[in-house]
Design a binder for this molecule. Structure first.
Ligand SMILES: [Zn+2]
Length: 191
């Protein structure tokens, strides 16, 4: 599944996986849901399949994403939550009509009220953001240590000392940067 959709960072927390569809926010930002079709792809791999998405629905999704980003960042910094972001998250949550379904295998699935209801999918994401930002879930919101990223992520490690939003991207890059700096220092002192 992962290989079919390169460019999406799939985490175990829906809300912060969603905010990660805009990466390198403090560097050369990369928009990973530039078109309605890409949002449809993202929703499918996150268990919220819809059969279509309009430009207006994509706009709603992006507005929700940036609101979650703003509120989660404030929560990570223990700042007051921005009122406009809280309003958008609450609106999207209230307007979603997805139902949680228990499968015979004991898994949870989301059933949308109709296959074109992107709003239902956004409601699920908004509710997930509420559970994370409110502290209902076991974990801690933190900001990625990469200066060009600074994404809010949800740290569920036992020690709560995770530094990067994603080990495979930001974590690796930082490690490489440190390694290269060390190599430079070593070659410099040999001269
Ligand atoms: Zn990061």
């Amino acid at each position: 599944m992962r290989a079919e959709f390169p460019g999406f960072r799939l985490g175990n927390v829906l809300a912060t996986s969603f905010t990660a569809t805009l990466t390198e926010r403090h560097g050369d930002a990369v928009e990973r849901i530039p078109t309605p079709h890409r949002l449809v792809d993202w929703l499918a791999v996150n268990g919220l399949a819809v059969d279509s998405c309009t430009t207006a629905q994509l706009e709603l999704a992006r507005e929700l994403r940036e609101s979650i980003h703003a509120a989660a960042t404030a929560a990570a910094l223990q700042d007051a939550l921005p009122a406009s972001a809280v309003q958008v998250i609450n609106d999207r949550s209230a307007q979603g009509r997805a139902a949680a379904i228990l499968t015979p295998e004991g898994k949870r699935r989301w059933r949308l009220s109709s296959a074109s209801r992107v709003e239902d999918a956004l409601g699920v994401i908004a509710a997930d953001a509420i559970s994370v930002i409110s502290g209902e879930r076991d974990g801690k919101l933190a900001l990625c240590a990469s200066p060009t990223c600074q994404a809010a992520f949800f740290d569920t490690s036992r020690s709560r000392t995770r530094k990067w939003c994603d080990m495979n991207t930001c974590g690796n890059r930082q490690k490489k940067a440190r390694f290269n700096a060390k190599q430079r220092r070593n070659s410099g002192s040999a001269e």
